[in-house]
Write a protein that binds this ligand. Structure first.
Ligand code: SF4
Ligand code: SF4
Length: 452
């Protein structure tokens, strides 16, 4: 089976959080193949663990993918402070005799943002709302490469996931668990220090905040779950996420002092994109009175270039305002009006880019996470849940279509939902061996069958 067929069959999607189907991304030729091992957000441990533990496999998969892309440069990019990971990768590269460079990035946020990384590694800025391929680059996360290695060497599909559990737990740990495992079981395995907690699924800047108890009970591990942060329910990150949009807009209209820190520190502005959150904030007061589409685009069009990294609201703004959420709101307003701002296809990084990087340690302090910083996950626990719920939408695009029904017996790794025909989609496989007890539009529940 060729590479793309193997990847499609295995249901591999971007493991770093985006969930873009990999067989579609790799339908290309590219000058640069960049392996993203930067662990973009603070506290996450997963990519580091994978680099230390599976460096040989990551390097082997990188060679395969780079060959397929006919890449002239293959680069693994990670933060320069990850010494153990860099040593492991260098040893694996030497052992394989692979033509792979290591790019040591500064310790800043968002080093792992695809566009920031492409600019750092190649010196070229991706066009506004464009793809790395527009400047001849393809970027894959280390977790995605491990999936490719498993598919190519053992024909394995994506049925399990590595993730870290950090925050209010006895110590940060790694979990290896079937797709569909309730996140509460992962947290229990990490020995939470609180009986009643909130959770961030992902990183503290861009992760999904779950404070509702039922939402926490129902959340499961998917192909893109890389980290869980357990926090007190009254932690700043949790209470801030609960602010209603109406209040956010009212505060923006009345309290913005137009200092433009949000713009000056915006990573997308710094790589040369047209995005000035302070202007969106300034114009918000006249949102309801602008009838001309041209004027609306002038006032709010920049919002379309926001990647929701959160630097403006979680780090830059001295007034505690939320330009990111206002941008997200204005993106919706632009869509409603059917407006698409013009794209700059040849942006250039601003000269002050390097001076405006956000040091990760300062960001951690600003987020109120210093108590959890500097602790690393060295142990990995294998979980075997009795039951899993496997969602059919774990990727960007259309949900997969079920090919199973209640009562079917499945083995771990069996196909249970097929990528939607003719659309961006990905196959979904059983996380455990057992009997399907429920199939809905959302996913399939599997009750485990104990072996032997
Ligand atoms: S969230 Fe803020 S800092 Fe990040 S891209 Fe959007 S405007 Fe810029
Ligand atoms: S940083 Fe805050 S106060 Fe300053 S311009 Fe941006 S939103 Fe307004």
């Amino acid at each position: 089976m060729n590479l793309l067929d193997a990847i499609r069959e295995a249901g591999i999607v971007g493991a770093g959080g985006a969930g873009f189907p990999t067989h579609v991304k790799l339908k290309a030729k590219a000058e640069w193949f960049i392996v993203n091992a930067a662990e973009c957000e603070p506290l996450i441990e997963t990519d580091k663990y994978l680099c230390r533990t599976y460096a040989d496999r990551i390097v082997a998969a990188a060679v395969i993918v780079a060959g397929h892309l006919q890449a002239e440069h293959t680069v693994i990019a990670l933060k320069k402070k990850y010494r153990a990971e860099i040593d492991a990768l260098r040893a694996a590269i030497d052992k394989a005799g692979a033509a792979i460079e290591i790019c040591e990035m500064g310790v800043f946020y968002p080093a792992g943002d695809e566009q920031t990384m492409v600019q750092f590694v190649t010196g070229k800025t991706v066009p506004e709302r464009g793809l790395p391929l527009d400047v001849g680059a393809v970027v894959d996360n280390v977790g995605t490469l491990l999936g490719i290695y498993d598919a190519m060497t053992e024909g394995k599909s994506v049925s399990s996931k590595y993730l870290s559990v950090v925050g209010e737990v006895r110590e940060p740990i790694m979990i290896h668990t079937p797709i569909g495992t309730p996140i509460t079981q992962c947290i229990e395995a990490a020995k939470p220090q609180l009986t009643d907690y909130a959770v961030i699924v992902g990183g503290p800047m861009m992760g999904r905040v779950l404070s509702d108890r039922e939402a926490i009970r129902n959340a499961v591990v998917t192909k893109t779950t890389g980290n869980l942060i357990v926090l007190p329910r009254d932690h700043y990150l949790i209470t801030r996420a609960g602010r209603p949009m109406e209040r956010i807009r009212a505060q923006a209209r009345t309290a913005c002092i137009q200092c433009r820190m949000c713009t000056d520190l915006c990573p997308r502005y710094q790589i040369g994109h047209q995005i000035r959150p302070h202007m969106v904030m300034r114009n918000l007061y006249r949102e309801q009175t602008i009838s001309s589409n041209e004027e609306f685009l002038r006032a709010f069009g920049d919002a379309a270039n926001c990647c929701s990294c959160g630097v403006c609201e979680m780090f830059a703004c001295p007034m505690g305002l939320s330009p990111r959420k206002v941008n997200e709101y204005m993106k919706g307003a632009l869509r409603e009006r059917g407006l698409q701002p013009e794209r700059n296809m040849k942006p250039e990084a601003r000269p002050e880019l390097d001076m405006r990087r956000i040091p990760t340690e300062r960001l951690i302090a600003r987020l109120g996470l210093s108590a959890y910083s500097g602790l690393h996950a060295h142990t990995c626990i294998e979980l075997s849940p009795d039951e899993v719920f496997v969602p059919f939408a774990q990727h960007i695009g259309k949900p997969a279509q079920p090919v199973c029904k209640a009562g079917d017996t499945v083995n771990k790794g069996d196909l249970i939902a097929q990528a939607a025909e003719g659309a961006l989609s990905a196959n979904i496989h059983a996380g455990i061996t057992g009997v399907i007890t429920e199939v809905s539009a959302a996913g399939a529940r599997i009750s485990g069958r104990k072996e032997g």
